[in-house]
Design a protein around this ligand. Structure first.
Ligand SMILES: [Zn+2]
Length: 446
């Protein structure tokens, strides 16, 4: 029962195995429909395209797509602040809205609101199901969603995708980490869904309860989204060894819905772009010219199934690097992002001429499993910028070797950053904030 021979490895083989010309033709068709719908139904898009002197009928090739203006997060938020609830970006009558979600508001602005109609939602669920299937989720699985089930869209869609696959789907909301671990053991859970940060926290909680998840649980897959981590090599390795399971990374974003990249069942350096459901462009963030394979650039995204709120050519601010599909052995034709989201363009800091990416710091810090939580603090002393990494160690490590560990970490971090001094301070165990959803580990005091 449930062996791999029972099922096809592909959810949608026609698209997943199509050749590049077919994929491009399909994407063009979908892009045109998405753009024409937005132009006819969203006053924001009508105005944007008219101002740019572009009519949807003129967009006939992927080259032409570059004439379509970008959408920014600021435009999205401005639109909703000026015309609540959903702004003039909304392309459907309000009575079509079936699902409401919002992001946590940032820097004093109102939260970004998203509205989905029945068709939008069913598109998102199908896209998630395709990704989960590629990782290896099957109807025989028991999926546990360790998530608060609040207004943030988070893992809501994945919940329905597990249902669609036919896996037993357990909503693990509103409980302590200890209670969640007990349920995971009692119900024979085989797939756990959590942010990477919370996935590690749960595993740490199990360890404190005296439970070895790798031996005592049936978990064979962990599914992560919401922040980078599951594709940061050291974090992924720690997750896999603590859970004794394969760790998968999924891309999601409130503004664009669904999941726009996923891990397949093979081990590769990348995650697959969801090219049957999105047009995913990579651009040079300064010149906005397309970035070729192997060149890091900003991800610009067009979802094909978010009709109610058309996010066309949405500038995500996420940095990615595309590589060809042939780099993965699974046979899918969809290209890959090496290391998934490498970082946020606005998370990167230039300190004394050296680029500092929080994800690169995480990759080094997570090589030490005595570090339970950490925080990156940027300060300015006189004219000089400083980076300090506060590490919250497990109590036994704090008691026995906090100074040596801090010195070791500081040395490795500095070596990875062209000799830039990076201070490491071991703080009182348990004193740094813990996160269940998106972690906030960067503090810029400059
Ligand atoms: Zn693959």
């Amino acid at each position: 029962m449930g062996t791999d021979q029972t099922y096809s490895p592909y959810w949608n083989p026609k698209m997943e195995l199509a050749d590049r010309a077919t994929i491009s033709r399909w994407q063009m068709h979908k892009f045109q429909k998405t753009l024409a719908f937005a132009y006819a139904n969203s006053s924001l898009w009508k105005k944007k395209l008219d101002d740019a002197g572009v009519h949807p009928s003129q967009i006939r090739s992927l080259e032409d797509v570059r004439k379509v203006p970008f959408l920014t997060k600021k435009e999205y938020l401005d639109s909703q602040e000026q015309e609540p609830l959903f702004g003039d970006i909304l392309a459907a009558p309000i009575e079509f809205v079936m699902n409401y979600h919002q992001t946590s508001g940032t820097s004093g602005r109102t939260p970004l609101r998203v509205a989905d109609g029945r068709r939008d939602w069913s598109w998102m669920v199908d896209a998630w199901a395709e990704g989960l299937w590629a990782l290896g989720v099957r109807p025989t699985d028991v999926a546990y969603i360790a998530f608060s089930y609040g207004p943030f869209i988070g893992f809501w869609i994945s919940h329905y995708a597990f249902e669609k696959i036919g896996a037993m789907t357990v909503p693990g909301g509103g409980q302590s980490s200890e209670a969640r671990i007990r349920q995971i053991l009692d119900l024979g859970v085989t797939v756990v869904v959590a942010t990477p940060t919370y996935g590690l926290r749960l595993a740490q909680t199990a360890r404190e309860m005296g439970v070895d998840l790798a031996k005592e649980s049936k978990v064979r897959l962990t599914v992560h989204a919401g922040e980078p981590g599951a594709s940061i090599p050291a974090t992924k390795q720690m997750m896999e060894s603590m859970w004794g399971a394969k760790c998968g990374d999924f891309g999601g974003m409130s503004e664009c819905g669904a999941n726009f990249y996923y891990s397949c069942s093979e081990r590769s350096e990348g995650v697959h772009l969801h090219e049957d459901h999105f047009l995913l462009e990579v651009i040079d963030p300064i010149t906005t010219e397309p970035a070729p394979y192997g060149q890091r650039g900003e991800l610009v995204m067009t979802p094909f199934g978010r009709g109610s709120l058309p996010a066309i050519r949405y500038r995500t601010g996420d940095l990615v690097e595309k590589m060809p599909a042939s780099a993965c052995a699974c046979g899918r034709s969809f290209d890959l992002f090496r290391g998934a989201i490498i970082g946020r363009a606005d998370d990167m800091r230039v300190i004394r001429g050296v680029n500092v990416f929080p994800s690169a710091i995480e990759d080094i810090v997570r090589q030490h499993d005595e570090v339970d939580e950490f925080q990156i603090v940027f300060t300015r002393q006189g004219f000089q910028d400083e980076v300090t990494v506060n590490v919250d160690l497990l109590p036994h490590a704090y008691a026995t070797r906090c100074n040596t560990l801090a010195a070791e970490l500081s040395r490795s971090l500095s070596e990875a950053h062209e000799g830039l001094r990076i201070n490491v301070v071991a703080v009182e165990p348990g004193s740094l904030p813990r996160f269940e959803l998106k972690s906030r580990r960067i503090i810029d005091k400059r």
